[in-house]
Structures are given as C-alpha cells and as structure tokens.
Design a protein around this ligand. Structure first.
Ligand code: FAD
Length: 108
C-alpha cells in the first residue's frame, strides 16, 4: 500500500482540486452529496487512524463541511488540512491563499 505521506499528498491534491472546480452556486442536491462524500471519504480513507481522526474532527462543533459555495468549501478544506497540519506539528497554511495555490495559480 502507499505510504501515509505519499497517500496524504495525493489525497490533498485531489480534495483541494475538487473544491477548486466546485460550483460557485451548487444545487441543494449537490451540497447534500458533497457532505455525504466527505463523510464516506473519511470512512474509506486507507490510513485508518487518519480517517478516524478526520471523522472525529468533522463531528466537532463548527467543523462540519461548509459546502454552500466554492469559496466556502475551499476555505473549509483548507481549515480541515490545517487541523491535520497542527496535529502533525506542521506549519499552518494561510487560507486566504487557497485559491491561488489550487485554482488560479500563484501570481509572479
Ligand atoms: P501536505 O500536508 O500533504 O500538503 C501538500 C501541499 O498542500 C503543501 O505542499 C502545500 O502547498 C499545500 N497545503 C498545505 N496545507 C494546506 C492547507 N491547509 N490548505 C491548502 N493547501 C495546503 N498523516 C499522518 O501522519 N497522520 C495523520 O493522522 C494524517 N491524517 C490525514 C488525514 C487526511 C484526511 C489526509 C488527506 C491526510 C492525512 N495525513 C496524515 C497526511 C498528511 O496530511 C500529509 O499529507 C503528509 O504528512 C505529507 O505532508 P506534506 O508536508 O508533504 O504536505
């Protein structure tokens, strides 16, 4: 199986890329499907302790997926990633820059 770091980098690339292409005005159905996707993703994530902690984090007050627009979902994913960064003792990412990193590309 892939190691936890390689798996993690690929998974964050997938997750942030999904938020980058998410509609600016998602239908109520898509919003519901997106919430289900995140909880199923955490359940199936092939590093069981990672998925377990991620599920627990999403259940904490204020941490449920915010999926009402691309900007909300992108920022929520950034906060979710930051929660894992903190857990692992990594630097937090500036969430004002999520779109520059994952959608529009860095300026310069
Ligand atoms: P990553 O953290 O993989 O980040 C990749 C790139 O994303 C960075 O180079 C940066 O450009 C960008 N980035 C960083 N932070 C953010 C942010 N907040 N928002 C947007 N972009 C950002 N590993 C464990 O050892 N234990 C765990 O419990 C664990 N749980 C995980 C849970 C989930 C749901 C996922 C997807 C991964 C988990 N990982 C876990 C893996 C871990 O998060 C990292 O992917 C791995 O340690 C490799 O880290 P990295 O420093 O290469 O960069």
């Amino acid at each position: 199986p892939p190691d936890v770091e390689t798996l993690g980098r690929s998974s964050w690339t997938l997750l942030h890329s999904i938020t980058a292409q998410y509609p600016e005005k998602p239908s109520p159905d898509l919003q519901a499907e997106t919430r289900t996707f995140m909880s199923t993703f955490a359940k199936l994530y092939p590093c069981w302790w990672c998925g377990k902690d991620f599920q627990a984090w999403m259940k904490m007050d204020g941490n449920a997926p915010r999926v009402s627009s691309r900007d909300e979902f992108g920022r929520w994913m950034c906060e979710a990633h930051n929660a894992v960064n903190v857990k692992l003792g990594k630097k937090e990412f500036d969430c004002n820059k999520w779109e520059e990193r994952w959608r529009t590309g860095w300026k310069d």
